[in-house]
Each structure stands twice: as structure tokens, then as C-alpha cells.
Design a binder for this molecule. Structure first.
Ligand SMILES: C[S@@+](CC[C@H](N)C(=O)[O-])C[C@H]1O[C@@H](n2cnc3c(N)ncnc32)[C@H](O)[C@@H]1O
Length: 206
């Protein structure tokens, strides 16, 4: 059995390569351990975003990890979903679920080799958290989502990661997106980190 998944180790990760390597090590046991921890981010993001989406147009699961959001999307009848994640180990788990059209090994926060306006939505669960994808990720997500499409994601509510509220407000002020919804906070990892709360944000690209 691989070492126990411990997201605390990553909140102060020194480099993105450390993050990638840690998820590669955790990949085989991630699903069992995160579900045991009470994590419902993927299901809740899909439930919140679904009324704004059509079932067939492409969706990007950004920071897809082992593919739990893909499972939730499939259960709701979505048919065209790609997975993006820097960890080859996590993407192998995602591919094994047989849900995704494409799997893309890449870091958000870097230029993405994806065409403008190629998705109706980007959904991200558990990725905008300390030590993971930075707030500059939004620049590329806005570029690859077609006008009228949505970007929906979880964000820490108890201790919002640095720069995210500023980045959200800056894109709103610049007329790049408009706010659709901000959920009530929920205790997201009740059994591992009872102090942690997340909320779900949904933005519509202009
Ligand atoms: C806590 S897991 C969440 C996985 C899945 N979305 C879920 O909710 O179960 C965080 C994932 O973010 C990925 N990740 C870390 N930094 C990233 C970045 N800069 N861009 C995209 N994904 C990143 C990790 O490899 C890992 O698979």
C-alpha cells in the first residue's frame, strides 16, 4: 500500500514537482482515502454546475486527479469530458475509469496547449487550494471556455488561498466573466480536517 494521503504535506509544497510526485505516490489509494475523509467536492461541483450545462458539449475537468468528477458527470449523463492534471499517476487512475475523452498532463498556471473557446465549461474540485494551482490559472481557463460557458470550482472558505478573491474581482471588473453563484460554505473533510470549509463559485465567461 502506498503512503497515506496527507494533503497537509502539500499546503506548503516547495515546488510544483513536489506536488506532482506526491500525487503520483498517492494515486493508487487516493479514491479510498479521500472518500473516507468525507470529500464530496466533485459531486457538489457537478450538482451546482449542471443546470448551466448541456449534456454533450465538451467539459474540462481541471485538476481531475483520479477522476471522481468524471464519475459524477457520467452519472448525470454528461458525455464529453476531458481530464487535465500534472500527475501521470492520478491520470492513469482517471483513464482506468473509462470516462474521459482525453487526458492531458499539464499544470494550470502555465500556458495550456488547448484552443481558444474549446469547452462549454471548466470544472475544478479541490485544486484551488494552497500549494496547488495558482489564481493566475483563471487567465487560461477564461481563454479556453467559449463565451457564455462557465467556470465552476471549489475554493477554501475558512482560509481563502492567497490572491484568489483579488483575481476573481479583477476578471469581473475587466468584464471577462460575471458571477453566477457562490454556495454556502460546507465542512468538506470532516474526518481529516474538521476546521476546513469550502465553497463553490460559478462564473460565466463573457
Ligand atoms: C486534492 S486532488 C483533487 C482531485 C479531484 N479533482 C477531486 O476532487 O478528487 C488535487 C489535484 O490537483 C492536481 N494539481 C496540483 N497542482 C495542479 C496544477 N497547478 N494544475 C492542475 N492540477 C493540479 C493534483 O495533481 C491532484 O490530482
Amino acid at each position: 500500500m502506498a503512503e497515506k494521503f496527507d494533503i497537509h504535506q502539500l499546503y506548503e509544497a516547495k515546488s510544483r514537482e513536489d506536488v506532482r510526485a506526491a500525487y503520483d505516490r498517492w494515486a493508487a489509494d487516493y479514491d479510498e482515502q479521500i472518500v473516507e475523509g468525507g470529500w464530496e467536492g466533485p459531486r457538489l461541483v457537478v450538482a451546482a454546475a449542471a443546470p448551466h450545462l448541456d449534456k454533450a458539449s465538451p467539459i474540462l475537468d481541471a485538476g481531475a486527479g483520479s477522476g471522481l468528477m468524471g464519475l459524477a458527470l457520467k452519472a448525470e449523463g454528461f458525455t464529453t469530458v476531458d481530464a487535465l492534471d500534472p500527475s501521470a499517476g492520478m491520470l492513469a487512475q482517471a483513464r482506468a475509469k473509462g470516462i474521459y475523452r482525453n487526458t492531458i498532463e499539464a499544470f494550470m498556471g502555465e500556458p495550456l496547449d488547448l484552443a481558444d473557446d474549446s469547452y462549454q465549461a471548466v470544472l475544478a474540485s479541490g485544486v484551488f487550494t494552497p500549494g496547488h494551482a495558482p489564481p493566475t490559472s483563471f487567465d487560461e481557463l477564461i481563454r479556453i471556455v467559449r463565451p457564455g460557458g462557465v467556470i465552476a470550482f471549489t475554493l477554501r472558505q475558512d482560509v481563502p488561498p492567497e490572491g484568489f478573491h483579488e483575481a476573481m474581482a479583477a476578471h469581473e471588473k475587466a468584464g471577462r466573466w460575471t458571477r453566477v453563484a457562490q454556495s454556502a460554505p460546507w465542512q468538506s473533510l470532516a474526518r481529516y480536517e474538521p476546521e476546513v470549509f469550502h465553497e463553490i463559485w460559478i462564473w460565466r465567461v463573457i
